[in-house]
Design a protein around this ligand. Structure first.
Ligand SMILES: C[S@@+](CC[C@H](N)C(=O)[O-])C[C@H]1O[C@@H](n2cnc3c(N)ncnc32)[C@H](O)[C@@H]1O
Length: 307
């Protein structure tokens, strides 16, 4: 996960915060908590230090004190660019429907410049080629060419999915919550149009039955409850159009927020949403699109067809 660059504007507080992060990295959470408290004595309204204090206290098993620190982080940064609300939800055993927008934006705006190098090289990310292969199998099954009219790429990132599908679509429009990612996708020249914004609003602005393909590669890890996006996707897809996406796989329940603050969804949940919207399931493959500390993360690749 990318690290945010942060300063309180007071160098003595910044230094203690940096030491705290170093101590946390070495596994000395008691020292990290102590150093965060020192930083907060100097800069009491500084959200990153409250967040780091929450982390340290959670690692020490002091759940109540950790919650208090995350609440202070949230009070100092109500937009919640660090995802303190997600950390609080984890500690309380709650399952929020989606992360704060500012958190996803912050994460990927910081990450954009090194996204491809880090994700593809270090985390062995292969969402786009996996989805292309799943689409090819589904098209063969459905007796249709691997050619599409208008396509939408939800959470397009830097444009890796459009690169994978070069020449297969009449047009691809992309959307990404993080404007630095959207800027890169736009600059790639692979899209007809790229918008910085939320995928739900992007879909809502489309005419009914106007699209042949909707893609979402490794995006639903940042959206737990997929019912709204399924409903809008069903509305914008023309009959026979495909809805193609990857997921991190949950073994039980519908969707669950993990320790890494990413969501996972279960196969049964997707099958239920698909049935509710009348989608046909053309493909459901067991895949891994990414590694976590060298271990493949279990996932699913779905290809659904609109009735
Ligand atoms: C792991 S990246 C994958 C990017 C791209 N699909 C790919 O395969 O390279 C996830 C992307 O989804 C975007 N994202 C997350 N939630 C979003 C939302 N609600 N609306 C639009 N984009 C979103 C993030 O900003 C990020 O760029």
């Amino acid at each position: 996960m990318p690290q945010f660059s942060r300063s309180s504007g007071i160098s003595t507080a910044d230094r203690r915060y940096d030491y705290a992060r170093g101590a946390a990295g070495d596994g000395d959470h008691a020292a990290a908590a102590d150093l965060c408290e020192q930083a907060l004595e100097i800069a009491p309204g500084w959200a990153p230090a409250w967040y780091a204090l929450g982390d340290a206290r959670a690692s020490l098993g002091d759940v109540e004190a950790a919650q208090a620190a995350f609440l202070r982080a949230l009070a100092c940064d109500p937009e919640d660019s660090q995802g303190a609300a997600l950390r609080l939800a984890r500690l309380r055993g709650e399952n929020p429907a989606r992360p704060p927008d500012a958190y996803v934006r912050g994460l990927f705006d910081q990450y954009a410049a090194r996204f491809e190098e880090h994700l593809v090289r270090d985390l062995a990310y292969c969402g786009p080629p996996i989805l292309k292969a799943a689409m090819a199998r589904a098209c063969a099954l459905a007796g249709r060419d691997m050619r599409f009219g208008a396509a939408l790429d939800l959470g397009c990132g830097t444009g890796l999915m459009a690169l994978e599908l070069a020449g297969a679509c009449a047009s691809i429009d992309g959307v990404d919550l993080a404007s630095a990612m959207a800027d890169r996708a736009r600059a790639s020249g692979r899209y007809r149009h790229v918008e910085a914004g939320d995928m739900q609003a992007f879909l809502a602005a489309r005419a009914t039955a106007s699209v042949d393909l909707v893609l979402a590669a490794d995006v639903f890890v940042y959206c737990g409850d997929l019912a709204p996006v399924f409903a809008e996707t069903r509305r914008v897809l023309a009959s026979g159009g495909l809805f193609v996406f990857t997921l991190q796989r949950a073994e039980t329940g519908d969707f669950v927020l993990g320790d890494d603050l990413r969501y996972a969804q279960s196969q049964a949940y997707i099958e239920r949403l698909a049935a509710h919207e009348g989608f046909h399931i053309l493909g459901c493959d067991t895949v891994s699109v990414r590694q976590d500390r060298g271990v493949p993360v279990p996932g699913l690749a779905f290809v659904l067809a609109a009735p």
